[in-house]
Design a protein around this ligand. Structure first.
Ligand SMILES: Cc1cc2nc3c(=O)[nH]c(=O)nc-3n(C[C@H](O)[C@H](O)[C@H](O)COP(=O)(O)OP(=O)(O)OC[C@H]3O[C@@H](n4cnc5c(N)ncnc54)[C@H](O)[C@@H]3O)c2cc1C
Length: 453
């Protein structure tokens, strides 16, 4: 089992009336034991090089960045292994992997020694190398994390210590004049510069991974939504039949990386995840082109340790432009984007019928309401941005994109921030892979492959 976390964006829309803010409280401690017990089921039938002549392919469910990275690394580690990726959409990277902030996170604030810290730090290096090898546009522009009041200084220092402990290099403490030199429009009493971080287009990464899979003899079956999973054979010869919208396919081993549908796919395979996926939209604005000069790199507020994912910020895009956001509001559809969040009765029922969600909302009413109001009011959104860059005005902003985060929540209302893998006979399920899952995807895939050996 592994763990990690995070969040991001969306454009402000009328469904916000029904939206409820996401507040990420790091309440993992009490959950860790339960999860670990649940995840440490024996793998049963290991996938090893000796199985590379298997009759049936390894089935990877999900053509997002983690499923693709897993298939890619399987083929890299064990050339000749038969691998088929099953993706329900007609294009890879259609969900979280194609609707995110595009930031390469280096693991600054994560607990030293945690898997999240380890995989983010390893992941960003692997991702940079992958982009360089495949000519994928990226920009290691660096990030500044800004303290705007004296009470934030101790936390800024502690972030620096954590970053150093996690192996980040070149971290730099900036006083106010040094910050102004780097980011002339940002205002803060001090800041931390993280030079290793940057931006990339994760959709382009998904396409390069897909090309690499096919080049190595793997298959990607698009438009193939998995509707049912059946086990075949006895334990020693266990395998799977997946019923998909494009027909049945047999598999010797299953790796499920279904993102927003991960809990449902796990249940299809007979697992009983102790969490439910609650979707949270992240809404963005964009700066008008004539105002992008206000931001040179990535400008972030200091994360509140109680709610590490909240706090709108400024993110440059590799294709040009600057995104502002994201916020975090409850979504009533797991896969609703671009100003048309919509309502899926199934998804809304799943979220609103989950006692954990109501416990979460009872515990964090103030913050939830704050996010809703910020979502409904451009003026409030602008005020939050002005803490970092006072010159930003409401009419500098135009609605941007949106993404939906797959956030695992426990029945008692606590959020699961770590990566969760569930191992079961002849299968492995990635049940929770929040941000920086895209940055860490190649490292996560390496961890999955090593668990299958
Ligand atoms: C708004 C937002 C901003 C983010 N910003 C960042 C960032 O800046 N940096 C970062 O590192 N991370 C970021 N993240 C997190 C990152 O995007 C995710 O961790 C990562 O994309 C997860 O990848 P995945 O492959 O698990 O999921 P997905 O990309 O969601 O892929 C899952 C795939 O499974 C498919 N699928 C589901 N069910 C089935 C089925 N039954 N049959 C077949 N296929 C199925 C889906 O169609 C989908 O393509 C952000 C996330 C969001 C939402």
């Amino acid at each position: 089992m592994i763990r990690t976390h995070d969040l991001d964006n969306y454009p402000l829309s009328c469904s916000s009336v029904l939206a409820i803010a996401l507040i990420h409280r790091h309440v993992l401690s009490g959950r860790a034991t339960t999860c670990r017990r649940w995840c440490d089921i024996a793998l049963g039938v290991p996938l090893s090089p000796s199985r590379s002549d298997q009759k049936h392919p390894v089935l990877v469910i999900g053509g997002g960045i983690i499923g693709l990275a897993t298939a890619y690394r399987l083929l890299e580690t064990w050339p000749g292994t038969r691998v088929t990726v099953l993706e329900k959409e007609t294009v890879v990277g259609s969900h979280q992997s194609g609707h995110n902030s595009g930031v390469l996170h280096a693991g600054l604030a994560y607990l030293p020694g945690s898997r999240k810290a380890r995989l983010a730090t390893a992941g960003i290096r692997l991702m940079r190398a992958f982009c360089e090898r495949h000519g994928i546009a990226h920009d290691i522009c660096g990030k500044v994390v800004v303290a705007t009041s004296p009470d934030e200084l101790p936390r800024l220092r502690s972030a620096m210590e954590r970053g150093k402990a996690n192996g980040l290099v070149g971290l730099e403490w900036l006083d106010a004049p040094a910050l102004r030199e780097l980011e002339p429009h940002a205002r803060g009493i001090a800041a931390l510069r993280v030079p290793e971080e940057g931006i990339v287009d994760y959709r382009a990464v998904c396409h390069a991974l897909a090309a690499g899979i096919v080049e190595r003899g793997g298959q990607i079956r698009l438009d193939s939504g998995v509707c049912a999973l059946r086990r075949t054979g006895a334990a020693s010869t266990a395998g799977w039949v997946a019923e998909t919208t494009s027909g049945e396919i047999g598999g010797s081993f299953l790796v499920a990386c279904a993102g927003l549908q991960s809990d449902r796919v796990a249940r299809m395979a007979g697992e009983h995840p102790p969490v439910r996926i609650i979707p949270f939209r992240g809404e963005y604005y964009r700066l008008r082109p004539e105002r992008v000069h206000l931001v040179r790199q990535l400008v972030y507020p200091l994360p509140d340790p109680a709610f590490p994912f909240l706090g709108v910020h400024f993110t440059r895009r590799v294709g040009g432009g600057v995104d502002c956001g994201p916020n975090a509001v409850l979504a009533l559809a797991r896969e609703g984007y671009d100003g048309r969040p919509g309502i899926s009765l199934r998804d809304a029922g799943s979220a609103l019928g989950y006692p954990g969600l109501w416990r979460f909302l009872r515990r964090h009413p103030g913050q939830s309401w704050h996010e809703v109001r910020q979502s409904l009011s451009r003026a409030r959104f602008t005020q939050a941005l002005q803490r970092l860059i006072p010159e930003v005005r409401s009419d500098d902003l135009v609605p941007g994109g949106a993404g939906v985060r797959a956030q695992a929540m426990h029945p008692d209302g606590t959020l699961e921030h770590d990566f969760i893998f569930v191992n079961a006979p002849a299968s492995l399920h990635v049940v929770n892979a929040p941000s920086p899952g895209a940055t860490a995807s190649l490292a996560i895939a390496g961890e999955i492959v090593s668990q299958l050996a």
